[in-house]
Design a protein around this ligand. Structure first.
Ligand code: HEM
Length: 395
């Protein structure tokens, strides 16, 4: 099976369909040394400046009104994180209004991709291009590409500076963008601008919208399951005290919190499904088959809510992920499976753990019964009416 495309623009605006990017295992992508959550500090402590900016903002807001829509705030925070960790960005995305337009473009593409799939006439590229949705998709892609071009351009110009190059040489691990900029293909040439942008687009999008969805839904799941929230908080308090610092090692010492995170990823998979174009026919055990060349959708949301796979699938039960519990190897696929599974899985799990751990130390999360979120499948799992929570500052 072939993955359809890395990135929304390529999939839904045919003029952006470029090369599908380098194959996994070709070396350099896998060698990116996941910098950490806002940076790895000396002594193995993790930097979490992006999360602190968010929490300070929340503290100010909940002083006036304790209910807030968290998804948008968290999206800015995860964009901030990936920009710092993968793209050597200095400064705060959360405090700079110009990034809101990139986030809006990604949001528009999420909606437009979904509505295109459901409109038979819009399968035709020419008709789509002249339709109003096609024009909106075109401008959203342009905006998203302008953002990534700007990120690449700014890093390129920084690297012209001797001092910056010296700093880079001393780094234990390179950022993702620096690896791409210094990468040489087998023929000795660097990546073309088009290929470079395709990779940056993929990581920029996959690296923030997915984790924003993950963190937002995990917070909602914990808000609606207060006994589990409290158990996680106790575990984290005994591990981190007041949470002034957190190390890589700590991330492996929060088993109950990890179980709750996985259970939330099961009920609310941030990537609800993927699509593939069949490169050869597939025959099922009952004899039915699908022909080569057709497009199929694989629903992780459906899999995770299937009562034949999970007993009482709608019940939040972290014990499903208790150490030693058994399940089918392909029953839980938030990060997909097989050769093209998520390359950022480890990074994402670390980011989710840090966000949950440090937030539970500072706030109690409570649901807003007047605004229950309605999950809607987009490229990532969103809520039709946002995710509204009451946040209570802990003393
Ligand atoms: C909770 C967070 C995340 C979830 C649930 C998630 C899920 C997924 C899934 C399901 C796929 C497969 C898509 C497909 O087969 O069509 C995927 C691919 C990918 N993800 Fe993630 N992801 C997350 C976070 C991240 C992060 C933080 C990064 C980068 C830092 C990342 C980078 C990628 C890339 C580059 C691919 C494409 C891999 C390839 O085609 O070989 N993801 N992700």
């Amino acid at each position: 099976m072939q993955r359809e495309a890395h990135w929304t623009c390529k999939l839904y605006m045919p003029q952006y369909r470029g090369t599908p990017g380098p194959k996994r295992g070709s070396g350099w992508v896998g060698e990116w040394g996941w910098g950490g959550y806002g940076g790895l500090l000396p002594s193995g402590r993790l930097g979490f400046s992006s999360l602190l900016v968010l929490q300070d903002k929340w503290e100010q807001i909940v002083g006036q009104d304790s209910t807030l829509e968290i998804f948008q705030h968290i999206t800015l925070m995860t964009l901030d994180t990936i920009m710092k960790c993968a793209f050597s960005h200095e400064g705060s995305v959360q405090l700079d209004r110009k990034y809101k337009s990139y986030i809006q473009a990604v949001e528009d593409l999420n909606d437009l991709v979904f509505s295109r799939v459901r409109n038979i006439f819009h399968q035709n590229d020419i008709i789509y291009r002249v339709s109003s949705n096609g024009c909106r998709a075109n401008s959203a892609c342009k905006l998203a590409h302008d953002h990534t071009d700007q990120v690449i351009k700014s890093r390129r110009s920084q690297l012209q500076d001797e001092e910056e190059l010296e700093k880079l040489k001393k780094k234990r691990r390179l950022d993702f963008l620096d690896i791409l900029l210094f990468a040489r293909m087998e023929n000795g040439k660097g990546l073309s601008d088009k290929d470079l942008r395709a990779e940056v687009d993929t990581f920029m999008f996959e690296g923030h919208d997915t984790t924003a969805s993950g963190i937002s839904w995990i917070f909602y799941a914990l808000a609606t399951n207060p006994e589990h929230q409290q158990r996680c908080r106790k575990e984290i308090q005994s591990l981190l005290g007041d949470g002034a610092s957190i190390t890589w090692n700590d991330l492996d010492k929060m088993p109950y919190t990890t179980m709750c995170i996985k259970e939330a990823l099961r009920i609310y998979p941030p990537v609800p499904g993927v699509s593939r174009e069949l490169s050869s026919p597939v025959t099922f055990p009952d004899g039915r088959s699908l022909p080569k060349g057709i497009h199929v959708m694989l629903s992780f949301y459906g899999l995770h809510h299937n009562p034949n796979v999970w007993q009482n699938p709608e019940v939040f039960d972290p014990s499903r992920f208790a150490p030693g519990s058994s399940r089918h190897s392909h029953s839980f696929l938030p990060f997909s499976g097989g050769a093209r599974n998520c390359i950022g899985k480890q990074f994402a799990m670390n980011e989710l753990k840090v966000a949950v751990a440090l937030t539970l130390l500072r706030f109690e999360l409570l649901p807003d019964p007047t605004r229950v979120p309605i999950p809607i499948p987009r490229i990532v799992l969103k809520s039709k009416n946002g995710i509204h929570l009451h946040l209570k500052k802990l003393q």
